[in-house]
Design a protein around this ligand. Structure first.
Ligand code: FES
Ligand code: FES
Length: 208
């Protein structure tokens, strides 16, 4: 291309009109890019899965507000955060019954229950069974009367389960009691005495 062709707009195909059109398109592109940038939602704030949440638990008639990791079991909340160590951790896998507590009167394995889903119902632990004056619940007294324990580790869970067993109407016969208490294991094998204790407590619970 000669120097004359370079300076001749007709020869190069370049013109003032072309220049203006290109400038306008560039400016529009830039402004569209800026607008798209402004509309892009901000990245969501990072959520820390370990951040505690306030969990409200009503245990033995008392309200508690406890900051807990959402993965905390009801068992750990009771033992580690509310100092209610009567409820025992045996297997921590739902196999032994040592961690049994009552929720609205129904037995649950607190090792398999998340504390966050235990908000609302009345939770009763072994510490909440005796009367305000310290009088033992008929089931507690019956376990003592019948020597229904040796080491005692399974006993709080056995007693909570036995209370529910009677209330459910599953304590009519020895076989019934054995069947409906079968989720509570006792390594000391106090089973015959536990059956006797449940039979003693049953009529007394009805009177109470
Ligand atoms: S500790 Fe919950 S069932 Fe064993
Ligand atoms: S009394 Fe020892 S495990 Fe039951």
């Amino acid at each position: 291309m000669s120097s004359q062709e370079q300076s001749d707009p007709k020869a190069t195909g370049w013109s003032r009109r072309n220049f203006l059109a290109t400038s306008v398109v560039s400016t529009m592109s830039l402004s569209l890019l800026e607008r798209a940038d402004a509309q892009t939602p901000a990245a969501p704030a990072k959520i820390d899965p370990n951040a505690p949440v306030i969990v409200r638990l009503r245990v033995n008639g008392r309200e508690h507000r406890v900051p807990l990791d959402t993965r905390t079991s009801l068992l750990d909340a009771l033992r580690e955060h509310l100092a209610l160590t009567g409820t025992k951790k045996g297997c921590d896998h739902g196999q032994c019954g040592a961690c049994t507590v009552l929720m609205n009167g129904k037995r649950v394995l607190s090792c398999l229950t998340l504390a966050v889903v235990a908000q609302g119902p009345d939770i009763t632990t072994i510490e909440g069974l005796a009367g305000p004056d310290g009088t033992l619940h008929p089931m507690q007294q019956a376990f003592i009367d019948h020597d229904a324990f040796q080491c005692g580790y399974c006993t709080p869970g056995q007693i909570m389960s036995a209370v529910a067993c009677v209330k459910e109407g599953h304590a009519e016969t020895d076989a019934d009691i054995r069947e409906y208490m079968s989720g509570n294991l006792c390594r000391c094998a106090a089973y015959p005495n536990i059956v006797d204790a449940v039979k003693q407590a049953k009529p007394l619970m009805k009177e109470a």
